[in-house]
Design a protein around this ligand. Structure first.
Ligand code: GRF
Length: 270
């Protein structure tokens, strides 16, 4: 059910690694008053990410977090039980337990720093927008303690084409429709509960760049709509009979919005 009180503007922190066009779309919509949210902080794992410049230009506090910093296993062990994390984690495939622990120690130490920064900005949600790092159950568990609070945008229709090459994989497979997914983040890679998906056609004669451009413009639309649904209280989180988390959008305009996305994706043809 929609909250009867006027929707409160959500506080968003955005994590990026690159160009940050999704971030820019959020900033633009926030300034235009069409996003029911303000971006309170931007963090990047790459010092040179253009998205950091976009944030600074919009006067949004912007931070670089250094994943290359040397890390002490002992320090990390004080932050989290690494052996327990190793049992729960689904992201590191390396067979050598010592190497996994060393990797987890590194990740947890940086994640601790990210969490400290995030805490100081009190975000309602943390939006991943092209953030190219694996997140451990330590980070996810801390943020999701009171319910799912981490969002991700993925450039394919999950569960097809997880990983970091959604557009390339869609195009190379010869799909006639591609799509984008906004989902809550859980402990797997691109496996969290799906909030919204939208599709676009792959036209005869397309190349990967045209496909990516078409897809990205839909990403901006879908991500901001999901944020507005969250702000408006239209995102119902439930458990299905098998105990899986499922999301239902309760906006009465849902069908209308989906139809608009499809129509926009199909016309005009660039
Ligand atoms: C987007 O395609 C997003 O779906 C993926 O990474 C890309 C980020 O692009 N996760 P940008 O940095 O927002 O331009």
């Amino acid at each position: 059910m929609r909250n009867l009180s006027a929707p409160r503007k959500l506080r968003l922190a955005v994590l990026i690694s690159g160009g940050g066009t999704n971030l820019q779309a959020m900033i633009d919509r926030s300034h235009a008053g069409t996003l029911d949210a303000e971006i309170v902080a931007v963090l990047s794992d790459r010092a040179g990410a253009f998205g950091l410049k976009r944030a600074e230009k919009a006067n949004i506090p912007a931070f670089h977090v250094d994943y290359a910093k040397p890390v002490e296993l002992k320090t990390a062990q004080r932050l989290a039980d690494l052996a327990d994390l190793d049992r729960r984690q689904k992201i590191l495939k390396n067979a050598d337990p010592a190497e996994r622990l060393a990797r987890l120690a590194k990740l947890v130490t940086v994640e601790h720093e990210i969490l400290r920064t995030l805490d100081s900005f009190r975000p309602d949600y943390v939006c991943l927008a092209g953030f190219m790092r694996l997140l451990t159950p330590y980070f996810i568990g801390r943020l999701n303690a009171g319910g799912p609070r981490i969002l991700n945008i993925h450039p394919a229709i999950l569960p097809s084409f997880p990983g970091s090459h959604g557009y390339e994989d869609t195009f190379e497979y010869g799909c006639k429709w591609g799509g984008v997914t906004v989902h809550f983040v859980d402990e797997g890679e691109d496996t969290g509960p799906i909030i919204a998906q939208a599709v676009y056609p792959v036209w005869p004669g397309d190349d990967i760049e045209r496909v990516r451009t078409r897809g990205l413009s839909i990403e901006y639309e879908v991500y901001s709509q999901v944020i507005n649904w969250l702000a408006g209280g239209y995102v119902a989180i439930q458990k299905d009979p098998n105990g899986n988390t499922r999301v239902e959008i309760t906006d009465p305009k849902y069908a209308e919005i989906l139809a608009r996305w499809v129509q926009k994706a199909c016309t005009p043809r660039e």
